[in-house]
Design a protein. Structure first.
Length: 210
């Protein structure tokens, strides 16, 4: 008795994480594969477009997908308060950011992140900031995400157009600009570099008054 050959099952590629952006996609994906993500994983529009172009099926699963062979893992829940650094920094600037976080950032408030998260791509940063806001009741708290960027308009546009998130760019200045930020009641605050303890203290004070 002869048997007809059967098609091989598609290769399943698991992803474990809260956000799937272009930086997290493996470069060896090819047509016919299945990319599995968690039920609550946020998949950016660029990733969806590329998967369609590559003819890779996107599949959501309800159980954990942090299986052996997963290519990216970042399942830890983001902190309530988070500071981001967005710039094409050189080694000296990176060292300055690292020094700030080690010397004083963690001492301002126990809820502050111990490290400043550094993201070069403005689109990726906006997407990850939006992930940090998932599940938070923004009506009862202040702007829990503080972003230092030399191109804040790129992040603002992305947050508004892709995620419906209202952000506010705080220009350099004294306490009046922070009063304006409080009255605007944004979800995300953006400031221009450098990252200083004074700016972060103003942000913490604004949070405590919210």
């Amino acid at each position: 008795m002869s048997h007809l050959p059967t098609a091989a099952p598609p290769t399943v590629r698991p992803f474990a994480g809260r956000l799937l952006a272009m930086a997290g996609l493996p470069r060896d994906l090819h047509a016919g594969q299945v990319l599995q993500v968690g039920a609550k994983t946020i998949v950016t529009p660029e990733v969806r477009d590329h998967l369609r172009k590559w003819q890779v099926k996107l599949e959501r699963v309800t159980s954990g997908v942090a299986a052996k062979g997963s290519f990216a893992t970042d399942s830890a829940a983001p902190p309530v308060w988070q500071i981001w650094w967005h710039a094409r920094t050189d080694s000296e600037a990176q060292a300055s950011v690292r020094h700030a976080s080690q010397q004083w950032l963690g001492q301002l408030d126990s809820r502050l992140a111990r490290e400043v998260r550094r993201v070069v791509c403005s689109h990726q940063l906006a997407d990850e900031v939006a992930v940090g806001l998932v599940g938070q009741d923004q009506s009862s708290r202040g702007p829990s995400q503080l972003v230092f960027s030399d191109r804040p308009w790129e992040i603002q546009r992305r947050l508004a157009s892709k995620h419906g998130v209202f952000s506010w760019n705080v220009p350099p200045g004294g306490t009046q600009v922070w009063e304006q930020a409080r009255e605007a009641a944004p979800t995300v605050l953006l400031c221009s570099p450098p990252l200083t303890s004074w700016i972060v203290r103003q942000w913490v004070a604004l949070l405590k008054r919210a």
